[in-house]
Design a protein around this ligand. Structure first.
Ligand code: GUN
Length: 289
């Protein structure tokens, strides 16, 4: 059996085309959707992520307020900036790229963002609303996974979804979203404390892996025909690659021979994250219509 590839690149473009049309309507009404993108420090991977986000915003006809702060930025300085952006009516969303330098308490910064502008859905109030199934922004990567599952008509209702990884960014929100009545999956959340991981992953109808561990999910760890969603983005050293590294997921691509559905890395979940971010910014701007 060879799995059906879940093409996040194409689906992400479709979402972005839809956002573009919404931006045209917003602009006709005098509103230019704008996301403040804040990067503190000079981490190379973070810089490449924010540049991709800014490019995508421009392509969708949106504005980005690109803010780069030095590694030495203090928590007080960053909090003052957030307070300013909260007040700025031209700014519809605020994104502080994670992680921030050690001298800054990231939780404090996230809690300082006005939840109305929290397009990442990181604020405790946004997270609470999401867990309760109340209206509000959904976190971008988990939302992207849900949209992919829907597009490929993967039965979620009544399925056994196993999530590997309990990060605030992906695993925890996804496990909570899938257990909402709306999705009604039976959810198992595995993490570093899980004793026999394969025992759980083998039971998954839907296996979602976000564990920052390169290609560690092997074919023998999955059920034949499962939908395997690989959220991992790892850079591993590869002297034969032009950049000296290659990007791979948390799932061994050999899994594709056994799975029913499979997201490639790159080109699976990754492009969905940016698409859902743009959608959240559009949604935030539409509230001022
Ligand atoms: N760092 C890695 N992924 C993300 C994301 O989606 N949003 C923010 N703000 N930081 C990140």
């Amino acid at each position: 059996m060879s799995a059906i590839l879940m093409d996040g690149k194409t689906l992400g473009m479709k979402v972005r085309e839809n956002v573009k049309a919404r931006v045209v309507t917003l602009r006709t009404n005098g509103i230019i959707p704008c996301l403040a993108v804040v990067l503190v420090g000079d981490d190379a991977a973070s810089l490449s992520y924010v540049v991709s986000k800014e490019k995508a915003l421009a392509e969708a006809g949106m504005e980005s307020r690109d803010i780069r702060l030095p590694q030495s930025t203090s928590e007080t300085e960053l909090l003052a900036l957030i307070a300013e952006l909260n007040k700025d009516e031209k700014v519809h969303g605020i994104l502080v790229q994670s992680p921030v330098p050690k001298q800054i308490d990231e939780d404090k910064v996230i809690s300082a963002i006005d939840p109305k502008k929290d397009v990442d859905c990181f604020h405790p109030l946004s997270v609470g609303n999401m867990i309760l199934g109340k209206p509000g922004f959904l976190p971008c990567t988990p939302h992207g996974v849900l949209v992919l599952l829907k597009e490929y008509k993967i039965p979620v209702y009544g399925s056994h979804a196993v999530v590997v990884g309990r990060s605030h960014l992906v695993g925890k929100p996804l496990a909570n979203l899938l257990s909402l009545k709306e999705y009604n999956a039976t959810v198992t959340l595995c993490h570093t404390g899980t004793k026999d991981l394969a025992c759980f992953t083998k039971q998954a109808d839907i296996l979602i892996v976000a564990a920052r561990n390169p290609e560690f999910i092997k074919p023998e760890m999955i059920k034949e025909g499962a939908a395997v969603i690989d959220v991992g983005i790892n850079r591993i050293t590869d002297p034969s690659a032009k950049k000296g590294y290659r990007v791979c997921g948390d799932v061994d691509p050999a899994v594709a021979d056994k799975a029913g559905f499979y997201t490639p890395v790159p080109g699976g979940v990754g492009p969905m994250t940016i698409a859902m971010l743009l959608q959240n910014v559009a949604e935030s701007a539409e509230k001022s219509l």
